[in-house]
Every structure is written in structure tokens, then in C-alpha cells.
Design a protein around this ligand. Sequence first.
Ligand code: FMN
Length: 190
Amino acid sequence: MDAAQKLPPWRPLLIAALKREGRLPGGRWVQLASLGIDGCPRVRTLVFRDWSAAATMDLLTDARSEKCLEIERTPEVELCWLFRKAREQFRLRGTARLIAPTGDVVALNQEWKRLSPPGRSVWAWPPPGDPFDPQGPWPQEVSDDSAMPEHLRLLRISLHRIEQLDLKPHPHVRRLWLSATQWQEQRINP
Ligand SMILES: Cc1cc2nc3c(=O)[nH]c(=O)nc-3n(C[C@H](O)[C@H](O)[C@H](O)COP(=O)(O)O)c2cc1C
């Protein structure tokens, strides 16, 4: 691994906390906060999908959802990732980019194939946030060989500020890393 790809010091801590969650699906749920078009905060849950670089994480979303408009306007986002078993919280700030199938068809196709048939179905539903129409369509599954929808988006977040709060020791441990200081660790009060 070359220097550019060397893992930042917070990554092993995050990986260890994630490992303690075991197979619980909730271990990969992150809360994504963005700035609403009206200037007020918005937050929602997304599934963490993968790391695409040492400090870059990939999520998946739907181009038709409100958050995409918000992120295009204000790409600065914050994620909160809670690890219940480890009793640790990570707050991650970064700059988000939305990647369409025309932008990186290989990465998106890989993520699309990796989804389960029920996991894929939400992208076959009518636009999120529209008034509910029971006619749908509301498929429960989308098969492995289905073409990826054009509104699938990779939400790629380049992280620049990470904070960890570990409730296990006394006193609690709170640490901060900034990419601007080469991820040098700072201990701050909990
Ligand atoms: C457990 C859980 C996981 C979710 N995962 C995703 C996801 O990976 N991508 C996504 O776009 N929405 C996901 N959602 C739905 C979002 O939380 C949100 O309701 C939806 O994206 C619309 O958000 P918006 O109106 O703020 O754009 C998930 C919801 C839950 C409860």
C-alpha cells in the first residue's frame, strides 16, 4: 500500500467498532445530515456501502429524492454513525458528490449487483416524497439481471473531519482528526 492509500488512524477504530456489531444490519446504518433548501437541517438514515478510498465512503441513493437537490446546492454533509455494542459514536464531516450511471458505470453497476432483490426494489418504486398512489408500481423484488435504473446515484463522501466518542472508559474518550493536519490525533474533552 503506498503512502497516499495509507489508512488514516481513525479507520481501524471505526472498523473495530463495526466488527463488534457482528451481523446486525443496523451496524451499517448511518445518519446523514445535509442543509435543506430552506436553510434548515435535514437528517435521514442510509446504508454504508463501501470505502472507495482511504477517507472516502460510498452510499447509494435515488436522484429523485430531496437530499440530492440539497447536496447539489450544499455539498458539505455530516454523518453520525452509532455503534451500540462498542458504545462509540463517530461523527464524520465531508464533501459529497453524486455520481450518475453515466459518470461511473463500473462502480454503480458493482453496487447494483451487490444489492439483494428486495434491496433493489426501492429504486423501482415511484418517486420518493410524492403523494402515495396504491397503484404503484411497488415491486417487492428486482432480479439480479435487471438493468440498473438511471436514477440510481452513488453518494461519494470525501471525509475531512472525524470525531470519535468512546463511552467505555472513565472519563469518556473523545478524539478528533482533521485531514488538514494529516489526521494527527487530538484528544478533546468529552
Ligand atoms: C434502515 C434504513 C436504511 C435506509 N437506507 C437508505 C439508503 O441506503 N439510501 C437512501 O437513499 N435511502 C435510504 N433510506 C431511506 C432514507 O432514510 C430516506 O427516507 C429517503 O432516502 C428519503 O430521504 P430525503 O427525502 O431526505 O431525500 C433508509 C431508511 C432506513 C430506515
